[in-house]
Design a protein around this ligand. Structure first.
Ligand SMILES: [Fe+2]
Length: 366
């Protein structure tokens, strides 16, 4: 990638493909304390108010800087390094490659809690693991006074829902969700009926005296890739048909229409939703519905298969942080007469983990 000048015009040469950079694009990026607030890095001018026919009057290119004076009198010194970073559009988080995993996974991404963890390099490593595997476990996180909320807010901001800022997972009388019973929970994603769906769930074990109640995780990314390869028709219909997910209780009706598998414009994995207690397919033509039901059955078989599931016991102090767009979670049944099983949960969104990871990268120059 190279920057070149010709007749007061700036060109970007990217592996032999040369194109002119619009002078306005450069004009918008003028820096210096007259144009940009040093602390916030926010513009002190409104680019929509700049005259339209911006041209370059004087230009000079050295190894490290591009110095430009424009025909409206503004002049600036732009870092070549920063320009190249912006040209390449490098979002390093998007470049973190997801690791497909199944029941053979034996490294459970365990990190130890410590004071001020969210500002340490260990948190950077934990978040990288999170983006690779879709989950991470923190050990010995304090369990008193709903510390989960402090922990979540040290990474980003808690996403409050109608269940509150956090929710207590223990069996209780008259539950409004099967989570609050001692029944087994098959692999599912949380809250598919919300718009937007909460991105990340944190589950913090406060007490666990029962033999059962093991936590289970399945990588929806691995299963989706398997479906795509072996059952392309099923993959196609599940990524095309929008179904209605709903949650109803006495105070709210939540509904959202979405595909069970969401892909981006390049057919790359984006999100899975799966909660067969809460999904309602629209009345499609007979043959489409036939295909849809077969596809849902197959993906359910895969999600519930031993081949893809890991299961483990959470001990008091363990905090499981999982990607609710990628992973499915569940638990085995337990006997509430054996003692207490008490978990606290909350949600945060990707802006929290993205923002923290980028901050720590900048802070430690990683
Ligand atoms: Fe859940």
């Amino acid at each position: 990638m190279k920057i070149e000048l010709n007749n007061n015009k700036v060109y970007l040469d990217n592996d032999g493909v040369k194109k002119e950079i619009h002078p306005f694009w450069l004009r918008e990026r003028v820096n210096g304390d007259k144009f940009v607030d040093i602390k916030t890095k926010q513009r002190l001018f409104d680019p929509t108010q700049i005259q339209e026919n911006i041209k370059i009057n004087v230009i000079n290119l050295s190894n490290d800087f591009l110095e430009v004076t424009f025909n409206d009198g503004a002049s600036t010194k732009l870092s070549i390094q920063e320009l190249k970073e912006e040209f390449s559009n490098n979002n390093f988080i998007k470049l973190i490659k997801k690791v497909e995993w199944d029941s053979s996974l034996n490294d459970f991404n365990i990190f130890e809690f410590k004071e001020n963890l969210s500002e340490k390099e260990e948190m950077y490593n934990a978040l990288i693991s999170f983006y690779k595997y879709g989950f991470v476990i923190f050990k010995n996180v304090p369990t008193k006074d709903n510390f989960l909320i402090n922990f979540a807010n040290s990474i980003g901001s808690v996403r409050r829902t109608n269940f509150g800022e956090f929710f207590n997972v223990r069996s209780k009388p008259n539950p409004n969700d099967l989570a609050y019973t001692s029944l087994p929970l098959a692999p599912h994603t949380d809250n598919p009926y919300r718009n937007p769906v909460p991105c990340i769930q944190m589950l913090h074990c406060i007490e666990n005296d029962v033999k059962g109640g093991l936590s289970t995780l399945v990588d929806g990314f691995t299963v989706t890739e398997k479906l795509k390869k072996d059952f392309p028709k099923y993959y196609k219909i599940l990524s095309e048909v929008k179904v209605r997910f709903q949650f109803v209780d006495q105070s709210v009706v939540l509904e959202d229409w979405a595909e069970m598998i969401r892909v981006d414009e390049n057919d790359e994995f984006k999100q899975v939703r799966f909660s067969p207690r809460l999904d309602f397919v629209p009345l499609l033509d007979l043959d489409r519905l036939e295909l849809y039901y077969n596809a849902r059955k197959k993906i359910s078989e895969l999600y519930n298969s031993d081949k893809y599931r890991i299961q483990f016991r959470l001990s008091p102090g363990d905090l499981l942080m999982m990607d609710n767009y990628r992973l499915l979670h569940g638990r085995t049944a337990y006997d509430a007469n054996e003692g207490d099983r008490f978990l606290q949960g909350c949600y945060i969104d990707y802006d929290s983990t993205d923002g923290k990871l980028k901050h720590l990268k900048r802070k430690f120059d990683l």
